[in-house]
Design a protein around this ligand. Structure first.
Ligand SMILES: [Cu+2]
Length: 345
């Protein structure tokens, strides 16, 4: 850590490399690395500011800002070894993604939104400091009576519009990709209930359709290695590198929930009487956690989502075993395709 090198990447993009890890670290990683040199430097700057401009309000404010920056940098800590599929200690940025949509969301957040918001924040901060120094009562005892400046007014209208256009283009592209469904290999359904999720798998080949409930584990007797408020008794299982079309709804007599798995780049509302759809294609085997993300009621915090992504063979084994286990309870399992569901509404 701590050694940064700017290098021209093949795509003519400047890539920031963490020399120890020998891999591109991206903007988030670079920020974490930079903060160490920043906190060392800010220590020196704080000293310099104290000596140069003591006792004025301005210098006090600056010293405070520097101290705040240094302590924020210390708090950020280092990015720990990443566990795919859930939040981790000292996390910065989003949970690592394993679908094309999640990668696109990462890119949009880390490489477009974050740099823009950083530049804007620093610019506004610089303006504030400038105004405090230049136009305080002592430095500027007789203010001018200026009220209009046409050039400035045009600029502060046009520039934000241009910034919004720059943000809108990748944003609409991402939305289009999210809503363009590729050919599905598997269709399944998640139903939000009070307060747990049920997963329904349709009949496939000689495996009968089945449905099961996925409940939070008993928190008082949590088995070792299981995560508090995240692990469930029955996980949904899907195969790796297959496109899954996921229908999402809520109990007909229930409330609105929201189905979210950050690693898959999925966020979709579960609404009683309405069938929503999304899709994902996980590139990596593992366990992926999500949570209900719409304040739905008293146990909103206790209805986690767990998807296990496994190989095709393991998926088939699981399908055969689980369909038998839940066959008796699944007689009412029904699937609707999106068109007929829309017609009925
Ligand atoms: Cu909920």
């Amino acid at each position: 850590m701590g050694v940064l090198r700017l290098e021209s990447a093949p795509r003519n993009r400047v890539t920031i490399l963490n020399m120890k890890a020998k891999r591109p670290v991206g903007v988030m990683g670079a920020m974490t690395l930079m903060k160490q040199s920043l906190s060392a430097a800010s220590g020196r700057k704080t000293l310099a500011i104290k000596t140069l401009a003591s006792k004025t309000l301005v210098s006090k404010t600056l010293v405070g800002l520097m101290a705040a920056m240094a302590s924020t940098a210390a708090l950020m800590g280092s990015v720990s070894a990443q566990t795919v599929g859930r939040g981790f200690e000292n996390q910065m940025g989003l949970i690592p993604g394993v679908t094309s949509i999640a990668h696109e969301i990462d890119f949009f957040h880390n490489d477009i939104l974050l740099p823009i918001i950083t530049v804007i924040s620093l610019f506004v901060l610089a303006l504030l400091i400038y105004v405090m120094v230049k136009f305080n009562e002592k430095a500027n005892p007789t203010p001018t009576k200026t009220t209009h400046h046409t050039g400035l007014e045009v600029a502060w209208t046009i520039i934000p519009v241009l910034i919004l256009v720059v943000i809108a283009i990748p944003s609409f592209r991402l939305l289009t990709h999210q809503l363009t469904f590729p050919e599905a290999d598997i269709t399944m359904k998640a139903t939000g209930k009070q307060w747990y999720w049920s997963y329904t798998y349709p009949k496939s080949g000689d495996v009968a359709a089945f449905e099961f409930d996925s409940n939070l584990l008993d928190q008082a007797a949590l088995p070792p290695g299981k995560l508090r408020l995240l692990d469930v008794d029955y996980e949904a299982v899907v195969p790796v590198n297959k496109t899954v079309r996921l229908q999402v709804t809520a109990d007909a007599v229930g409330v609105i929930h929201s189905f979210v798995i950050q690693s898959f780049g999925i966020r979709i509302d579960a609404v009683p009487g309405r069938l929503n759809e999304t899709w994902f294609k996980a590139e990596k085997e593992g366990i992926y956690y999500g949570q209900c993300s719409k304040l739905c009621g008293k146990d909103h915090a206790f209805m986690p989502i767990v998807f296990r992504v496994v190989s095709e063979e393991k998926y088939k084994e699981w399908l055969a075993k689980t369909s038998k286990e839940f066959a008796a309870t699944s007689s009412s399992t029904q699937f609707a395709d999106a068109e007929s569901a829309t017609l009925r509404q």
